[in-house]
Design a protein around this ligand. Structure first.
Ligand code: ZN
Length: 276
């Protein structure tokens, strides 16, 4: 089985083409790895004062919205006009938009800065996240998170270092979507660990932060991937499983709300229901 896994991992090593629309598979049961800690020192995290936050009614539920490119052309691309309407709707309905650090506090302390809150995420780090999404996010003073592919910084219509910095300056958190966007379930444990650790170190250094969140490329992972994500210091990881996230989903297997092009306002609002 191991041999087969490794061979197919080499054969199936994915091209750097973003996520497919079939992202929900994960299987391969594997043995638990021994914990591995990133020995490199990380910058101290910023403190978040949650004293004024409101306690949730039971375990906190948080919608984690999943976007990719803000453009048009396929089912993963949401046109700018639609994205603008959705952000306007969140603003009008008094949603707090959170940083990953704040989201972690929501899950672990069962309280929110406002009655309604959301974590807005973008996978892959497309350049249009800067040119098209950022101005809209800034208009409403919204926070969001970009899961950047380390090897694609400044390449192939992806965000440049300078753009990443400007986004961070506007409260957009840059987190990890690994280095090479390979489907982690196809990789041997050492290579999975390598993808997670190298990207964490890269974003720690580049963004002067402690990188705490990982998005599994194409939503693929195994039990061992989850254990490795935790062991390498990712406090949270997101999947492509649909749903409103709760701590009991597993902090390294959080579901997301997929936003597809062509959704009506009612459909968008409906996706966020059941979040309190
Ligand atoms: Zn991706």
């Amino acid at each position: 089985m191991w041999k087969q896994t490794i061979v197919s991992g080499l054969v199936l090593t994915s091209v750097l083409a973003g996520c497919s629309s079939q992202e929900d598979q994960h299987s391969q049961k594997v043995t638990k790895p021994t914990p591995i800690h990133d020995q490199k020192k990380e910058p101290a995290k910023k403190t978040i004062d949650t004293s004024s936050w409101q306690a949730t009614n039971g375990p906190a539920k948080l919608p984690i919205l999943m976007y990719h490119s803000i453009s048009s052309g396929n089912t993963l691309r949401v046109p700018k006009a639609e994205f603008a309407k959705q952000m306007k709707w969140l603003h009008a309905h008094d949603y707090a938009t959170l940083s990953p650090e704040e989201a972690y506090r929501v899950f672990t302390e069962n309280k929110k800065p406002k009655k309604k809150a959301v974590l807005i995420t973008f996978d892959d780090g497309y350049g249009d996240n800067f040119t098209d999404a950022l101005p809209i996010l800034k208009r409403y003073h919204m926070k969001a998170t970009v899961f950047m592919i380390g090897d694609l910084i400044g390449k192939h219509h992806h965000l440049t270092k300078q753009q990443l910095q400007q986004m961070a300056d506007a409260n957009i958190s840059i987190q990890s979507h690994t280095m090479a966007h390979q489907e982690l379930n196809t990789l041997a444990p050492a290579r999975q660990k390598n993808e997670m650790i190298r990207s964490k170190r890269l974003f720690n250094k580049l963004m002067h932060q402690q990188t705490i969140m990982l998005s599994y490329p194409v939503g693929r992972y195994t039990d061992q991937t989850v254990a490795l994500a935790q062991a390498t210091g990712y406090k949270m990881a997101v999947t492509t499983h649909p749903g409103i996230a709760m701590k009991k989903d597993g902090m390294q297997t959080l579901p997301r709300v997929r936003i597809s092009p062509g959704m009506s306002e009612a459909a968008f609002a409906g996706m966020l229901k059941g979040d309190q």
